[in-house]
Design a protein around this ligand. Structure first.
Ligand SMILES: Cc1cc2nc3c(=O)[nH]c(=O)nc-3n(C[C@H](O)[C@H](O)[C@H](O)COP(=O)(O)O)c2cc1C
Length: 161
C-alpha cells in the first residue's frame, strides 16, 4: 500500500508533524504542497495536512483538495491540522474541508501547534505575541500532540489490512 502525506505549512510545525507521522509508517511519502503537486491516483492512502491561519487552511492544501476532490473521494483519506486553538478544530474543519471529504475520512486529528515561528516574520511575531499572552493568562501550553499523531498512525495501519 502506498501512503502519501501531502501537507502545507507556513512555519514548519505541520511539516514536522508530517515527518513524525511518516516515521511511524514504513514507506510513506511526505510531499510539501507548496513545492509540488502529487497525483493522489498513485497512492492508496492519502493524508492531507495543513496549518491554520486566521481560521483558514493553507492555500496550497485548499488547491490540492479542489484539484483532486473526485480522486480523493475514491481513496482512503485522513486529515490533520496544526493550530493554536485545538478547541476550535471542528469549526476549522467544517469551514475549510468539503463535508463529503470529512464524512469519508477514516481519521481526522488535530496535531496541536507551536508558537515558534521560524523563519521570523514581523507580522507572525506580533500575532504570536498576542496569542502567547492569552495563553499565559489562561495558564495554557501550546505543543505538538504526539498522542494524536500516534492515533492517526494506528488508524492508517488498521486501514491497510
Ligand atoms: C499569523 C498567524 C495566524 C494564526 N491564526 C490562527 C488561527 O486562526 N487559529 C488557530 O487556532 N491558530 C492560529 N495560528 C497558530 C498556528 O496555527 C500554529 O502556530 C501552528 O503551529 C502553525 O503551523 P505551521 O508552523 O505549520 O505554520 C496562527 C499563527 C500565526 C503566525
Amino acid at each position: 500500500m502506498r501512503i502519501l502525506i501531502a501537507y502545507a505549512s507556513n512555519n514548519s510545525t505541520t511539516e514536522m508533524c508530517a515527518k513524525m507521522l511518516a516515521d511511524k509508517l514504513p514507506g510513506a511519502e511526505t510531499v510539501n504542497l507548496t513545492r509540488s503537486k502529487p497525483d493522489p491516483k498513485d497512492y492508496d492512502v492519502v493524508v492531507i495536512g495543513s496549518c491554520i491561519r486566521f481560521n483558514n487552511i493553507h492555500q496550497s492544501t485548499l488547491d490540492f483538495i479542489k484539484d483532486n476532490v473526485d480522486v480523493l473521494m475514491k481513496k482512503k483519506t485522513a486529515i490533520y491540522i496544526c493550530c493554536g486553538f485545538p478547541e476550535k478544530v471542528n469549526q476549522y474543519l467544517l469551514h475549510n474541508f468539503p463535508k463529503k471529504l470529512l464524512d469519508k475520512s477514516f481519521s481526522i486529528q488535530c496535531f496541536g501547534g507551536r508558537f515558534k515561528t521560524k523563519p521570523y516574520k514581523l507580522f507572525d511575531l506580533l500575532i504570536m505575541k498576542m496569542v502567547k499572552k492569552t495563553f499565559r493568562q489562561d495558564n495554557r501550553m501550546l505543543e505538538i500532540d504526539t498522542e494524536s499523531i500516534n492515533r492517526m498512525a494506528d488508524d492508517i495501519l488498521e486501514n491497510m489490512v
